[in-house]
Design a protein around this ligand. Structure first.
Ligand SMILES: Cc1cc2nc3c(=O)[nH]c(=O)nc-3n(C[C@H](O)[C@H](O)[C@H](O)COP(=O)(O)OP(=O)(O)OC[C@H]3O[C@@H](n4cnc5c(N)ncnc54)[C@H](O)[C@@H]3O)c2cc1C
Length: 474
């Protein structure tokens, strides 16, 4: 392991700027630091543990995995595999560490989290270009290139500083993610296209609506009330009864549907399932209740169940949401989740190179930039680290091709709908669709479509690597 982390081919670049600052020695921060150091630049990596702990981390190690030990699927031509494959081709420190720490886990890349964190910690400790400071950062240096990668549990003092940069209304403290289903799997003979009172934003009847009659609605509410919840990993993730988060300022805005159902049988019908202003063309009448599905501008071929954030176990979500008329055969690209998470409204604030639009010397990476997941955090750390070097060097920032998984994550966090922003894992619907002719060619073969999307992404990435301006990245 030791030798594999030596810095190959470091160019003789003079450090004409002060070191790049990276806040947070987690997944994104460590990857960013490594990318900066391997390009021949100095950086300061500030990590507050063990001086100040978080509610999820258990150790003082860098890059600690706070929960599951899985970096998701390694099955070729899946979206999580594509993201990891791109990172491997870009010499990601954390993907190398994951390989070294790998333990048997079927089709997934599962790791021994202690070995993983030790591998990363040792590589960072040994790197002369990285100065590790154990300190809680509470203010952002006014005169340095800075990458903010303090994660979902960013400390309070720094969160206040970030809010002063972004505006309080653009910094969130809870994830409130609603499920997403594949467009092809919705039964269009039941779900009808319409906007409330015919008020479409763009004249296309923005929503698909799944109508429920009284009996269906009551069965659905009963199923929600009986569903198993995901156990909370940290105290802030308890969503019911006396253990619900005390800081309701942030929580009330994203109540889980099961909490709404608990407040009364009719609450959902007056909330996210209200049928007002919608007429089912099959009956000519207003349904008793409605589930609205919205297509998102940067998510091709998929629909979001509006307002259906929840904390139920994933198999329960699949079972219960397939009770909704029109979703009997729904394929889920993402399940609903709610958990403590500090993140910014990326689309309102960031460029696709992960820079703050108002202050280009500040980058965001990892969970706080608005992505969701271990590998997604590593990927944005890698992108921010490389872009920070390009900014420092005056080379001009080279964004990742849009067809790549990394480029698509950057495009999503900077270009999704800012009004309804929800953090995202990598899924194929974030990547641009294939050309029409290719889509038609493989319209009955999803696997072949996905394989083609992966082939296209890796080809673009290889071309990018071959032409990238930094000599050490070639
Ligand atoms: C409880 C919980 C469970 C999760 N489980 C999973 C899971 O199973 N699978 C998955 O894919 N994702 C999971 N996530 C989401 C996410 O992938 C991880 O949180 C991931 O670690 C995010 O990487 P990051 O680099 O953005 O943040 P982190 O890895 O958390 O790194 C941020 C670092 O910044 C430090 N820091 C915070 N504030 C300051 C400050 N002011 N100054 C200096 N340092 C600071 C923290 O101590 C931390 O080390 C979970 C998140 C949480 C909160």
């Amino acid at each position: 392991m030791q030798d594999s982390y030596r810095q190959d081919n470091v160019p003789a670049i003079l450090n004409v700027v002060s070191p790049i600052h990276i806040l947070g020695g987690g997944l994104a921060g460590c990857e960013a630091a490594w990318q900066i150091a391997r390009a021949g630049y100095d950086c300061v990596l500030s990590e507050m543990r063990p001086v100040r702990p978080t509610s999820a981390h258990q150790t003082d190690r860098l890059a600690e995995l706070v929960c599951s030990n899985s970096l998701k699927s390694e099955s070729e031509n899946t979206a999580p595999w594509l993201l990891k494959e791109e990172l491997r081709r870009l010499d990601s420190l954390l993907l190398r560490a994951a390989q070294a720490a790998r333990v048997p886990g079927g089709h997934a890349l599962t790791v021994d989290r202690e070995v993983f964190a030790n591998e990363v910690s040792h590589a960072i400790d040994r790197n002369p270009r990285i100065e590790l400071r154990r300190e809680e950062v509470i203010a952002i240096a006014p005169d340095a290139i800075t990458i903010i990668a303090t994660g979902p549990l960013t400390s309070g003092a720094l969160a206040e500083e970030i809010a002063s940069l972004t505006g309080v209304e653009r910094l969130f403290f809870y994830d409130s993610i609603s499920p997403i289903v594949e467009a092809d799997s919705i039964d269009r003979s039941i779900a009808f296209r319409a906007s409330r009172y015919g008020k479409s934003l763009d004249g296309t009847d923005d929503y698909l609506n799944c109508p429920l009659d009284r009996e269906q609605y009551e069965r659905f509410v009963a199923a929600i009330l009986g569903a198993d919840s995901v156990p909370a990993h940290i105290p802030e993730d308890n969503f019911s009864g006396s253990q619900a988060p005390r800081d309701t300022r942030f929580f009330e805005a994203c109540l889980p549907i099961e909490e709404l159902a608990r407040r009364g049988r009719e609450t959902l019908r007056f909330g996210p399932m209200k049928p007002m202003g919608l007429i089912d063309p099959r009956t000519g009448r207003r349904p008793y209740a409605v589930v609205q599905l919205r297509s998102e501008n940067l998510r091709a071929d998929s629909y979001n169940l509006v307002g259906f954030q929840n904390h139920m176990r994933f198999p329960e979500q699949a079972r219960i949401f397939r009770m909704i008329p029109g979703l009997e055969r729904a394929e889920f690209l993402r399940y609903g989740q709610i958990h403590r998470n500090t993140y910014i409204n990326g689309p309102a604030l960031l460029t696709s190179s992960l820079q703050l639009r108002a202050r280009r010397e500040i980058f965001f990476a990892g969970q706080i930039s608005g992505v969701e997941g271990y590998v997604e955090s590593i990927a944005t750390g890698l992108a921010a680290g490389r872009h920070a070097v390009e900014l420092a060097a005056g080379w001009g920032i080279r964004e990742f091709p849009r067809e790549t998984a990394i480029g698509s994550l950057c495009a999503y966090v900077s270009g999704a709908d800012a009004r309804n922003y929800q953090p995202a894992n990598i899924t194929f619907d974030l990547l641009p669709p294939l050309e029409e002719s290719e889509r038609l060619r493989w319209r009955h073969d999803k696997q072949a479509r996905h394989a083609e999307i992966c082939r296209r992404a890796l080809e673009k990435l290889d071309r990018y690597r071959a032409t990238v301006s930094a000599p050490s990245y070639a």
